[in-house]
Write a protein that binds this ligand. Structure first.
Ligand code: SF4
Length: 329
């Protein structure tokens, strides 16, 4: 959970997750929907799917206990060098390195590594140094101390070199260039994507249902429940916001392609902006009531008060909030 997510954000999810799945066996037996529901709101759902796949294998192949052998650990779904090292050193006290963002910052400064993060030579230098350092006693404690040093002392903007046990050996500190290291990896700008979403509802009050589709494997948001969406048509992109007619065409096309009909409102309900690491979505939200589906429609009616039982990403909640003012995202 803490890969790509701040610890204080992850903590409540972590507690709820362990309450819901107290043992590896409970998690292995859960459906993907149940696992994604417990992960909902945390983002980067690939982590949840890989965790689920990894735990299933731990239960099926190793009787529910993570294997001690490095090769077996590295063979589990979703376990790369970082996770294998975290398990090896912290759970089994084996001398295996970990390089996360905090460790990379400390070691880049300690050795004054001036090539950008992410580049092969930088990564090699960091892992080699981490491997040499962890070879001493109590590797699990050492790795955790190194991560904490990065989190609490060798911080990005104002490193506390005066309180650092490595100050005398630190090349960046000696040269006074601490804050210019590490050199960040070149950032890619998120690609703008323009979408049209149709929130199709039926029923009223507490019985109101919304039609959602479960995204297929291999698609973005795989396994998660989304409202029907299409990419904005070329006319809309060319003409901009004034092209109200073409906006409605997109909404009608969206409904048609998803096998749903009903009463489409004359104007969009609003717009949602949602930014992921690689994409910036701009979603026009339309409302369609008294929805009816054709037999081939992939849409499934879901009660609004039952969405917490499903894997529903934040983007879906934002869209529902724009269309249905009573829905809280
Ligand atoms: S001396 Fe300063 S820059 Fe160097 S590792 Fe310690 S806190 Fe980081």
């Amino acid at each position: 959970m803490c890969q790509q997510t701040r610890v204080d954000t992850a903590i409540p999810y972590y507690h709820r997750f362990l309450e819901r799945f107290p043992t590896p066996g409970d998690l292995a037996e859960a459906t993907e929907d149940e696992v994604l529901a417990a992960w909902s709101g945390l983002g980067y759902y690939r982590r949840a799917r890989l965790l689920h796949a990894g735990v299933k294998e731990v239960v099926a192949q190793y009787g529910g206990a993570v294997p001690r052998g490095a090769e077996e650990r590295r063979g589990l779904p979703g376990v790369g060098r970082y996770t294998a090292g975290a398990l090896g050193s912290i759970a089994f006290d084996l001398p295996e390195p970990i390089v996360d963002g905090n460790v990379a910052r400390v070691l880049s400064r300690l050795d004054r590594i001036e090539t950008p993060l992410g580049r092969a030579e930088t990564e090699r230098a960091l892992w080699t140094r981490a491997e040499a350092l962890v070879a001493g006693p109590r590797p699990g404690d050492f790795n955790q101390a190194l991560m904490e040093l990065g989190a609490l002392v060798c911080t990005p903007k104002a490193p506390g070199c005066g309180a650092c046990p490595w100050a005398a050996d630190c090349a960046a500190h000696a040269a006074g260039v601490e804050t210019s290291l590490p050199v960040p990896r070149p950032k890619k700008k998120p690609v703008p994507v323009s979408l049209t979403a149709v929130v199709a509802t039926r029923g009223r009050g507490a019985d109101r249902e919304v039609l959602l589709e479960r995204r297929a494997q291999g698609e973005l948001f795989a396994g998660l429940w989304m409202v029907p969406m299409v990419e904005a048509g070329p006319t809309q992109l060319a003409l901009g916001d004034e092209a109200a007619g073409s906006l409605r065409d997109d909404a009608q096309r969206c409904a048609r392609e998803h096998g749903v009909s009903g009463t489409l409102e004359a104007d969009p309900r609003g717009e949602v902006i949602h930014v992921l690491s690689h994409r910036r979505y701009r979603v026009r939200v339309w409302r369609l009531s008294a929805a009816r589906t054709r037999p081939e429609s992939p849409l499934v009616p879901q009660r609004l008060d039952g969405l917490s039982e499903l894997g529903v990403p934040r983007l879906t909640h934002k869209i529902l909030s724009a269309a249905l003012p009573s829905h809280e995202s």
